[in-house]
Design a protein around this ligand. Structure first.
Ligand code: NAD
Ligand code: MG
Length: 383
């Protein structure tokens, strides 16, 4: 029987690459969800014939509804943020792949887990903002949370030998360094949206591309790794690997290191999350070591890239610290993409929000939303 998947964020970078994998593996796509790209979603509905489609943006949902009237077997349309949550929590698929961007993905992750469905998680913001709630939901439902983020997939792949995994002592989380690697504050001050959107190795959505330029992405991934693999943040070392060929490494008690390598193509980690524990042929090509010749390693410059320093402070504070850092970043990146603030303002604002409170302690979902709102308001009032 074909594997059944529900794909959230199907019109994005991870979403479309996930459909490449679904097409190749012959999966049944039970549901698709998108925010506002109606045309793209309709094209996907025509190809994959899902039973459900969720559209978050109201105007886009109206547009999709009008078009679906002419379909022979239209999917049931679900609307708004509640529609996204409903689709995630249907319990009618083997796995929900969450490729939504931002904290908007958190309620869907929780709904899927609570419905007893495994989740393949690209939406790192779910773990960053609500890691405590997500891990609790995984335990309570006895389901699996499979990493899609390439670094976390690499770590997960290196930990498949359960016997060695017990002796994990350190994670070496690799980072490309982004388009501004090696630059100092003076040079970064004038960087524009267009400069920051040019990533050297990966072709991704706008928000994560800016996060890669500020190194916020690596800070978010450090927090994601703490939740997924249970090591304290001081046992996770960030290593700049400019070619994005080594996707991360793990170290064991005997100081032996294992790495996972491959071309920088997200279809490998997406597919592994969907086929685990099996490996199947993938659409991605072989790594050509003769052409590659060199792999380089560098240290991340936290003095310059303050988002990374801010995320480390946030995870050390615990509780809602990471949620605050994330909320401030989402708002600051939105403003940067609208040319309303400068590149260095992103790090300044994220760090200021983290520094503004102690944040520790346990929390509820309402606390997460309140903290996210507070962080966004803080950013807007400190421009
Ligand atoms: P993207 O911007 O290309 O796509 C985002 C998707 O989410 C779109 O389908 C969009 O319709 C949907 N969406 C946006 N806002 C929404 C909302 N409020 N409610 C519901 N849906 C909404 O982003 P992406 O690059 O595909 O990244 C998606 C997630 O995967 C992010 O969390 C990102 O950090 C993570 N990720 C991406 C990559 C990559 O290579 N692109 C790699 C690792 C992790
Ligand atoms: Mg990553």
């Amino acid at each position: 029987m074909a594997k059944k998947i529900i794909l959230l964020g199907s019109t994005g970078s991870i979403g479309t690459q996930s459909l490449d994998v679904a097409r190749m593996q012959g999966y049944e796509v039970v549901g698709l969800a998108a925010h506002s790209r109606a045309e793209k979603l309709l094209e996907q509905i025509r190809e994959f014939h899902p039973r459900y489609a969720a559209v978050v943006d109201e105007a886009a949902a109206d547009r999709v509804e009008r078009e679906l009237a002419g379909f022979e077997n239209p999917p049931q349309l679900l609307r708004g943020p509640e529609g996204l949550r409903q689709l995630a929590g249907l319990g009618e698929a083997d796995v929900v792949l969450n490729a939504v961007v931002g904290i908007a993905g958190l309620p869907a992750t929780l709904a899927a887990l609570e419905s007893g469905t495994d989740v393949a998680l690209a939406n790192k913001e779910s773990l960053v903002t609500g890691g405590h709630l997500v891990t609790q939901a995984v335990k309570a439902a006895g389901v699996k949370l499979l990493p899609v983020d390439s670094e976390h997939s690499a770590i997960f792949q290196c930990l498949q030998d359960a016997h060695s995994a017990k002796t994990l002592t350190k994670i070496l989380l690799t980072a490309s360094g982004g388009p501004f690697f090696g630059m100092k504050k003076e040079e970064l001050a004038g960087k524009t949206r267009a400069d920051a959107l040019k990533h050297p190795n990966w072709n991704m959505g706008a928000k994560i591309t800016i996060d890669s330029a500020t190194l916020m992405n690596k800070g978010l991934e450090l927090i994601e790794a703490v939740w997924l693999f249970g090591l304290p943040p001081e046992k996770i070392q960030i290593v700049v690997q400019r070619q994005s060929i080594i996707h991360s490494m793990v170290q064991f008690s005997d100081n032996s290191v294992l790495a996972q390598l491959g071309l920088p193509d997200m279809r490998i980690p997406i597919q592994y999350a969907l086929t685990w524990p099996d490996r199947l042929p993938s659409p991605v090509g072989e790594l050509d070591f003769a052409a590659l010749k060199t792999l380089t390693f560098d240290v991340a410059d936290e003095e310059t890239f303050r988002c990374l320093a801010a995320c480390k402070k946030a995870i050390a504070k615990g509780g809602l610290g990471p949620c605050a850092a994330n909320g401030a970043n989402e708002e600051a990146v939105r403003l940067f993409l609208e040319d309303k603030i400068g590149f260095l303002d992103i790090g300044r604002l994220v760090e200021a929000v983290v520094d503004s409170d102690t944040y520790g302690g346990t929390y509820t979902l309402k606390d997460v939303y309140d903290c996210d709102r507070m962080a966004r308001d803080y950013v807007l009032s400190h421009l």
